[in-house]
Write a protein that binds this ligand. Structure first.
Ligand code: AKB
Length: 336
């Protein structure tokens, strides 16, 4: 008999590492993890780790001979800045890779007669604010507002959300019998800040980069203007939201895609929070016009009422708690 397992792609990334830590703690699940890179040593023994590519369909075909996939956390993606340097590669990985996994999940759902839960992190990058005036006016955007991404990554995320909805509701709609479809759920994340990992390839990276540089006593030159404002969230809240959405019965969900957020800060306010905890921090501002354009197109805040109503979402970390209870103590420990 095949063993029931949870698959996590992009497992060596920031969200992946934190998710493995959390999901493996109970010992309840078999975790299959996939990434182009090995996992850090600290996660040894927590999962069956495979080094591989989400574009490799043979790898997935082998996987399902041994395991019954109950849930897929599909985290693998090229982030926004990285994707602008290689947009076609980003499309391959972010869209074709996701499609591969959706096909796999659809086939697994039919085979076992029970939907595979497919959890997909999306992003504020799906929004495209037309100008700064509108960004200031429509501060907290709702899921259906301003869905006009300006980056390849944002286009990829928005399209894959729609593909997920298609595979959940309309896949094989002309077949004689309705198949058991996969159960797709997605969260649009703000910029995430982890105490244990430093992001790479994203455009919200200036926040965490500023903080990690200050903790190491290294000067930091911020690539956006001081007034640039986007929403942020501490990594533990991101993991909690993924797990809550995963566990909620389908009947309680009125949507497939949900905003979640915690706090919004301008780059100057972010700097002030960092300086409160690291008074010696040396942060300067030297905006990069292209990356600035991307951040200007992202909303200043997210309206997450739908998630609060449907599955009781509430962040545990506001700005003060994020810095004082999670980020600063753990980052200090890390660079000691
Ligand atoms: C990025 O900057 O690309 C990501 C995101 C906001 O999705 N962190």
């Amino acid at each position: 008999m095949r063993k029931k397992a949870i698959l996590i792609t992009g497992a060596a990334g920031e969200i992946g590492q934190a998710l493995i830590e959390q999901l493996s703690a109970s010992g309840e699940y078999i975790l299959l993890t996939l990434d182009l890179h090995p996992l850090p040593e600290a996660l040894d023994g927590r999962s069956v780790h495979m080094i591989g590519d989400i574009l490799d369909q043979k790898l997935f075909a082998r996987l399902v001979t041994e395991y019954e996939l109950d849930t897929i956390f599909h985290l693998a993606a090229l982030l926004s800045t990285r994707s602008e340097f290689s947009p076609e590669l980003a499309h391959q990985v972010n869209v074709n890779g996701t499609l591969n996994l959706m096909q796999l999940a659809a086939a697994q759902s039919q085979q076992r007669g029970k939907p595979v839960r497919f959890i997909f992190p999306s992003s504020i990058a799906v929004y495209g604010m037309p100008d700064l005036k509108t960004k200031a006016r429509d501060f907290y955007v709702r899921e259906w507002d301003w869905n006009y991404p300006t980056t390849m990554y944002g286009c990829n995320k928005l399209y894959c959300e729609q593909l997920g909805s298609y595979y959940s509701h309309n896949y094989q709609q002309l077949a004689e019998t309705t198949p058991t479809m996969l159960d797709f759920r997605s969260i649009r994340f703000p910029g995430l800040i982890s105490a244990f990992t430093v992001p790479s390839g994203g455009t919200s990276d200036y926040g965490p980069e500023m903080l990690h540089a200050a903790a190491q006593g290294v000067p930091y030159s911020c690539f956006v203007r001081q007034d640039s404002t986007i929403p942020f969230m501490a990594m533990p809240d991101a993991i909690t939201s993924l797990l809550q959405l995963w566990e909620t019965p389908r009947s309680e969900l009125s949507r497939t895609v949900y905003n979640v957020t915690s706090f919004s800060l301008s780059a100057a306010e972010f700097k002030a929070e960092v300086e409160k905890r690291f008074p010696q921090a040396e942060v300067s501002f030297d905006p990069d016009l292209q990356r600035q354009g991307i951040v200007d197109s992202w909303p200043a805040g997210l309206n997450d009422k739908q998630a609060r109503r449907d599955w009781g979402w509430q962040p545990a970390y506001d700005v003060a708690r994020a810095f004082d209870d999670y980020l600063v103590p753990n980052i200090q420990e890390r660079y000691r």
